[in-house]
Design a protein around this ligand. Structure first.
Ligand SMILES: [Zn+2]
Length: 201
């Protein structure tokens, strides 16, 4: 099985709606820009053809809103493509969510970043081989054995917050998830401008 694009944790849908309903509009605005840059999207050829990549989230009162699993290829998202993660247990590899869509397969990593830093209100995850190669080991880098969407990756995030200057750098390169980069900020604007900055290096 390809190590890409599927959920590796156990989930439970609460049956509750995401409130307020227009919360997603803000995310959509930035997601559109990332989509246009090719940093969120869908593989069009090769062995990953048809698999969506990249996701974006924003902290809420009860957790965080995140784009749904397998939505990477969709150009403009509607409310039904979003999920609100409201409970996470990394040790049990388990989470609960509000809303109709299953949360992104990388929700566990987003959760770990929010947990480590209360000032973070937004997390963006992009795929770019060019950027990944350029930033690998130059920015805080999660170990090779930590694959995407696993508790190991979440524990790696915790280690980086303990041992590196990731809190200031706000960028994490995932050595065990080729192409994968996480960026975070106090809001979507800050996280997005960090990506723009490294994109143009
Ligand atoms: Zn990824």
């Amino acid at each position: 099985m390809k190590d890409e694009g599927y959920i590796k944790f156990n989930i439970k849908q609460t049956g509750k709606e995401i409130i307020p309903k227009n919360n997603f509009l803000k995310i959509n605005r930035y997601r559109k820009k990332l989509h246009n840059l090719g940093l969120i999207g869908m593989y069009k050829k090769g062995e990953k053809k048809g698999i969506g990549f990249g996701n974006i989230s924003m902290r809420t009162k009860d957790g965080f809103i995140i784009t749904g699993s397998a939505t990477g290829g969709i150009e403009d998202l509607d409310p039904e493509h979003y999920s609100e993660v409201v409970y996470v247990d990394i040790g049990k590899n388990y989470l609960e969510y509000n809303g109709p869509a299953k949360p992104s397969s990388e929700s566990m990593t987003h959760a770990a970043i929010y947990k480590q830093n209360k000032n973070v209100d937004s997390v963006i995850h992009v795929h770019s081989l060019r950027l990944w190669k350029k930033l690998l080991n130059k920015f805080p880098t999660a170990g090779k054995s930590a694959k995407y969407g696993t508790p190991e990756m979440a524990y790696e995030i915790e280690r980086l917050f303990r041992k590196t200057d990731v809190k200031e750098k706000k960028i994490i390169v995932a050595a065990g998830h080729r192409e994968g980069i996480f960026v975070f900020g106090k809001d979507l604007k800050e996280a997005f401008s960090l990506i723009q900055k490294v994109f143009s290096i």
